[in-house]
Design a protein around this ligand. Structure first.
Ligand SMILES: NC(=O)c1ccc[n+]([C@@H]2O[C@H](COP(=O)([O-])OP(=O)(O)OC[C@H]3O[C@@H](n4cnc5c(N)ncnc54)[C@H](O)[C@@H]3O)[C@@H](O)[C@H]2O)c1
Length: 327
């Protein structure tokens, strides 16, 4: 398989690339080559197959033509402006999240064989709020520009699939915890922050109360789902190419209990309560739970426990995060 990851220098892109490099194959299909594309040239990746690392803008047809060569079998489109940044800058969100996805569609149209395309949509493309438990048929009524731009991207790729130009699957990712490195511009950044920062020995602020509910998944699970989507039979999807994967509905209190189970009471004591109505207004609009029945029927792997998620962060990312931040 010749695979291109757009946004391949970001959090999930890097995780997926490292997993492909480790396994050398997806579902029994050897990886023939990998292209990592991002605004800045992604760092080199040792792998048992050739890896190209390219810098460029996802809205540029010329850059995409280089990133998605004729032999491409699969494109994982992760390049995006994330939630709070897209809300703060409508023009930037429209450019990257809408025009960028349109440019990806056009680049895929030019290929001799329709590629598998994986698009990362988001829980933020739905409304519903804290008490929602959304069924698979729930309508996407986003309460923020980022979610609207993701929903637009889904429709564009669904129609391109109907037309036989590609074979797309859009996964509405939950909030991914624990994100390594530094806090980012996503409104959901604190959900990772309240686990990561105390495990680094740092104080952090939590803008919402203990009973606040959130739909999450781990980076390990997100990568597993990407691998499944790269090779799954898409016939059962029909025209409906959006999937709500089986994440975890957890409360902030449960997250702090998992933190304490792994890092002890001293870690939990580093989480300070500082209400932030602007952040809460964004994240409280996202649905806190999904039934995710269809994804289970399609074979999307079930989620591990919250404590396992925290332990996986310690095993996979704590040392690198400490090194990156000079701790
Ligand atoms: N991490 C989450 O909690 C989460 C939740 C739901 C959906 N998603 C979606 O999953 C995808 C990956 O998320 P992530 O957490 O790895 O994000 P990330 O910000 O770490 O990675 C996205 C990458 O896209 C790149 N990018 C931005 N604008 C670009 C442009 N104009 N041209 C080329 N590259 C550009 C960024 O440089 C970045 O490396 C995104 O599409 C995001 O919207 C993530």
């Amino acid at each position: 398989m010749h695979i291109t990851i757009l946004g391949g220098g970001g959090f999930l892109g890097r995780k997926l690339a490292e997993r492909l490099a480790r396994d050398g194959a997806v579902g029994g299909h050897p990886v023939a080559s990998l292209t990592l594309f991002d605004l800045a040239v992604p760092p080199a990746l040792p792998a048992p197959f050739p890896v190209r690392c390219l810098g460029g803008d996802v809205t540029s047809a010329a850059a995409l033509a280089e990133a998605i060569p004729p032999e491409t079998n699969a494109v994982v489109h992760l390049a995006a402006v994330v939630s709070a940044a897209a809300e703060a800058d409508l023009d930037l969100g429209l450019k990257v999240n809408v025009q960028g996805t349109l440019a990806v569609l056009n680049a895929c149209r030019a290929l001799p064989k329709p590629p598998r395309v994986i698009f990362t949509s988001s829980v933020a493309s739905f409304g519903g709020g804290q008490h929602a438990n959304l069924a698979d048929e729930a309508r996407q009524v986003p309460g923020n520009s980022y979610g609207a731009q993701k929903a637009i991207g889904e429709l564009l790729l669904q129609d391109a699939t109907r037309r036989g130009l590609m074979d797309a699957i859009s996964i509405r990712l939950p909030t991914v915890v624990v994100r390594p490195g530094r806090p980012n511009k996503a409104a959901s950044s604190f959900f990772s922050g309240i686990l990561r920062e105390p495990l680094l020995g740092l104080e952090t602020e939590c803008p919402v109360g203990d009973d606040f509910r959130v739909w999450v998944c781990s980076p390990r699970r997100a990568v597993e789902w990407f691998l499944q989507m790269l090779v799954m039979d898409t016939l059962p999807l029909g025209y409906d190419r959006g999937v709500n994967p089986p994440g975890l509905c957890v409360t902030v209190g449960e997250m702090l209990a998992a933190l304490e189970a792994v890092g002890g009471p001293a870690a939990r004591a580093l989480v300070k309560r500082v209400p932030d109505p602007a952040v809460e207004a964004i994240v409280a609009g996202w649905p806190a739970s999904f039934t995710a029945e269809r994804a289970r029927q399609l074979g999307f792997s079930p989620h591990e426990s919250l404590e396992q998620v925290v332990r996986a962060f310690v095993a996979d990312d704590l040392a690198a995060t400490k090194a990156e931040r000079g701790l």
